[in-house]
Ligand binder design. Structure first.
Ligand code: AMP
Ligand code: MG
Length: 408
């Protein structure tokens, strides 16, 4: 067997796929568009937030040194400070200020006693403090959220709702993120027809619509290139017509059958192939390469195989293009409900439905595992990783599960 034909371990195939792509140039987008994407640059704080020490409670701003005698301790109330107001005077020994949550701490005060631990005299001129507190009690320090000049969020940080809130707090109404990858999708096969033009003796192209949705969900912009017939010329023509994409996905025509022309067409186009076989089931034939600034991934034809390989290789690549620092598929630990067997040699990714039971995630393999039918993917919640060299997994074994992004 030539080195080129060796079956790559999944991890190595993913690492080599990731090495072919990099974060795309940045664009500035509004918050709604930024949600779920990753920051293109380090963002430094322009403002110190909160801008002043402030109260974390409704209560009384006091000098903690005044509270050394046994409670109750009577203090004179000098003013009331509401959120949105600035204190008018300094808190001097024997005095305090009524203060509301979020209001700036007055000078002289170093702690807040919550209202529930006080007794305000009728008229409100004095208060009895019923609890001694130390310095800093219920005070939110200046700069707790952000200090001017510090890196607030690092490049590659995914922008969830709190992160975007932090950026808005800094006055940023748009944020820099890598632009969305443009992804072309080509189906190949003489047996295929379009869903809107069903034909006698043909099967509907299921891969292009499924892959389009997978690309959309991964944050890319899909374009369907149509269906190429099983000739070198037609596959080549379709690929040659696809220009300006960041990623081109093909499905089917990848094996060594007489009518499998995708690899040859990619070579004719000048795509430098990195590898094409992975020690994995489903999805063994998978071709990955690059030409100029476009990456090419030839996915297997079986609808479920193409979705599984999308999860394991394409989605991580799209995440890298989108600038995420964490691109590996997510994993969780679970237990196998059932038993599995296979010969060693290929890592299997078994479609399972996983559910919590008594504090653990139990994964039940779907009864259909044939990759030719989408049924074996419908209702799967996770892929169970059955390691390459393992040959049996027993009921109750600890297993690695990949939560699927394709489900509802
Ligand atoms: P191939 O890799 O070309 O041998 O295709 C493998 C299997 O996947 C065959 O049964 C094909 O009919 C099927 N297949 C290939 N492409 C598609 C597609 N776009 N939609 C549905 N099934 C497909
Ligand atoms: Mg085919």
């Amino acid at each position: 067997m030539k080195e080129d034909d060796a079956l790559l371990p999944v991890e190595e195939a993913r690492a080599r796929t990731l090495a072919l792509v990099s974060p795309l140039p940045q664009e500035w987008v509004r918050m709604e568009e930024a949600l779920g994407r990753a920051l293109a640059v380090d963002v430094r704080a322009q403002r110190t937030l909160p801008p002043w020490d402030n109260s974390a409670m409704d209560g009384f701003a006091v000098r903690s040194a005044d509270l050394t005698a046994p409670p109750p301790i009577r203090l004179q109330v000098r003013e009331t400070i509401y959120a949105g107001q600035m204190p008018r005077e300094e808190v001097r020994p024997g005095t305090c200020a009524r203060i509301m949550t979020g209001a700036p701490m007055p000078a002289g005060a170093d702690a807040v006693v919550m209202r529930e631990r006080t007794r305000l005299a009728p008229g409100g001129e004095t208060v009895e403090i019923l609890e001694a507190v130390g310095p800093g009690n219920f005070v939110r320090p200046r700069g707790e959220d952000a200090r001017e000049g510090e890196v607030l969020l690092a490049r590659g940080t995914p922008l969830g709702i709190p992160e975007l809130g932090l950026l808005v707090g800094q006055g940023m109404l748009t944020v820099p993120v890598p632009r969305r990858p443009r992804v072309a999708i080509l189906s190949t096969g003489d047996e295929l027809c379009r869903a809107d033009a069903p034909a006698e003796g043909r099967i509907v192209d299921a891969n292009a619509p499924a892959l389009s949705l997978a690309v959309l969900r991964a944050g890319g912009v899909p374009s369907v290139l149509g269906i190429a017939r099983d000739t070198l010329e037609d596959v080549y023509q379709h690929l040659a017509a696809a220009e300006g994409y960041d990623l081109v996905l093909t499905s089917a025509g990848m094996s060594v059958g007489e009518h499998d022309f995708v690899r040859e067409a990619l070579a004719k186009l000048g795509v430098e192939r990195d590898f094409w076989r992975v020690a994995i089931k489903p999805g063994k034939p998978l071709a990955v390469g690059r030409k100029g600034s476009t990456a090419y991934v030839g996915l297997p034809g079986n609808p479920t195989s193409s979705l599984v390989t999308f999860e394991l290789f394409v989605r991580p690549a799209l995440r890298r293009m989108l600038g995420h620092s964490d691109v590996e598929p997510p994993r969780v630990g679970g237990r196998l409900a059932g038993a599995l067997q296979k010969p060693p040699g290929l890592a299997h990714y078994v479609r399972v439905t996983a559910a919590w039971q008594e504090g653990e995630l139990w994964a039940r393999p779907l009864s259909t595992q044939t990759s030719g039918v989408l049924r074996s993917a419908a209702s799967a919640t996770h892929l169970l990783h059955f390691p390459r060299e393992a040959s049996r997994l027993a009921n109750g074994d600890n297993v690695e599960l990949l939560p699927l992004s394709w489900g509802a």
